[in-house]
Structures are given as C-alpha cells and as structure tokens.
Design a protein around this ligand. Structure first.
Ligand code: FMN
Length: 209
C-alpha cells in the first residue's frame, strides 16, 4: 500500500483514524489519575506519554481538543496535580474501560474496580494495582493551534517502582513490570526484551550488552 496525502485525505473517516492512530507503532499504556478540588477522583487511559527531559524529569501528554468535556484536563488545570500509572497485563480490561465517557460525578475507579491509592503531597490518586506509579506536578500547558490539542508538561515529583525491575545501569525494564504497549486505540501488546546495546560511537561496531 502506498498512499499520497490526497489518498489519506480520501480515506473513510474511521479508516483514516484507525490507520493514523496506529502508524507510530507501539505506545506506552498509562492510566492518568486526577481529582477535582473536592477530591472527586477520575481515571483515564492515555497512550500519548512522551519523555521531554531527564533533568528536571519532565513528561508530556497530548490531550484531545477540549470541545467535549475533558475531566482529566479540567482536574489537572484545577489542582496542578496528577498521577501516571503503568498498565500491566492483569488490568488491561479495567484500564481500557476508563476510556468510556462516564459523567463527571462517576469515578472511573469505582466504575472499573481499580483501587485509589492516596499519598501525602499528591492531591491526585494513584492506581494501587499498578507496579510503576509517578506523582506529577503540572509545569506547562501548550495549546497546539494546528488541531486544537493540548500538550501538558509535568514534572515527576515522586516515583514508585519495584527495585527488581531496575537494571544495573539504573534503567527500568518494562518487561519486568509486565507493562503493556498500545497500538491505535484498541490493541494491547505484552512486552519482552529483545536485546540491549552499548552506547553507540562512530568507528565502534555495534556491541551487545
Ligand atoms: C488506548 C487509548 C489511548 C488513549 N490515549 C489518549 C490520549 O493520549 N489523550 C487523550 O486525550 N485521550 C486519550 N484516550 C481517550 C481517553 O481515555 C478518553 O477520552 C477518556 O474518556 C477521557 O476521560 P476524561 O474525560 O475523564 O478525562 C485514549 C483512549 C484509549 C482507548
């Protein structure tokens, strides 16, 4: 299949969305926990998490245009606080169900059976079932004029991860936490490590660790 810009434009709307949503390949599966100022919780699955920088430790999420109700985005704006929790193979069904459009007064925790975990210093709930949990503070929000989406940048202010999942260089091995990957909006993949590589340098042959 070879598509030009006008072929892509000419695709049936749902087919175009399915293709373009999946064409970046594997994306991380995360649950974003928030609460409004009354402490009412909310949970949403998101696959748009990207690394912005390590020092300070910054991550960004892309939010859909806020012409519909966006409880997660509203709560983050209201409190400046949110959590990011890895989805693992044992909670995929519940995690996916958080994408349903529940009314604002229904918590996706209660609706899906996932458990709220509150920690001092974070006015947003973590997901107790998740093995990797990050407490986030909002640092910046950039409206992207090109399509009305929002880039939300936050700093990791707390991090919980099983020590056994950290390798000798200090990196997380997401296969050890059974973290899953997403393609498009409906396909979940298990992870397994293929190989590790030494730092690449010109004139040095690729070397496996
Ligand atoms: C696999 C998957 C990935 C998603 N990733 C995102 C995302 O990165 N950004 C986003 O705004 N919505 C994403 N969504 C949609 C939200 O989960 C959905 O709109 C949810 O209802 C938002 O809940 P809220 O209104 O409580 O914030 C995704 C949905 C699915 C099924």
């Amino acid at each position: 299949m070879h598509l030009t810009a006008s072929d892509i434009e000419g695709l049936e709307r749902r087919k175009r969305a399915a293709l373009i949503n999946s064409i970046t390949g594997y994306k991380p599966a995360n649950l974003v926990g928030t609460a409004n100022t009354s402490g009412h919780s909310n949970l949403a699955i998101m696959s748009s998490l990207v690394h912005i920088g390590s020092h300070p430790p910054l991550l960004a999420l892309i939010f859909r245009p806020d012409n519909a109700e966006r409880h997660t985005l509203d709560n983050i704006r209201e409190t400046g606080s949110y959590t990011i929790n890895h989805v693992h193979t044992g909670i995929v069904d519940a995690a996916h169900q958080t994408a349903a459009r529940y009314p604002a007064n229904v918590s996706e925790f209660a609706a899906t059976g996932l458990t709220e975990l509150w920690r001092d210093g974070q006015t947003a709930p973590f997901v107790a079932e998740a093995a990797v949990r990050m407490g986030m503070t909002l640092r910046d929000e950039l409206p992207l004029n090109i399509n009305g989406t929002h880039l939300v940048i936050g700093e990791i202010v707390s991090l919980e991860v099983p020590s056994e999942a950290i390798n000798e260089l200090g990196a997380l091995d997401p296969a050890k936490t059974d973290s899953v990957a997403i393609s498009g909006l409906d396909s979940y993949y298990q992870s397994s490590l293929l190989q590790r590589m030494a730092y690449a340098k010109p004139g040095k042959a690729p070397q496996r660790l």
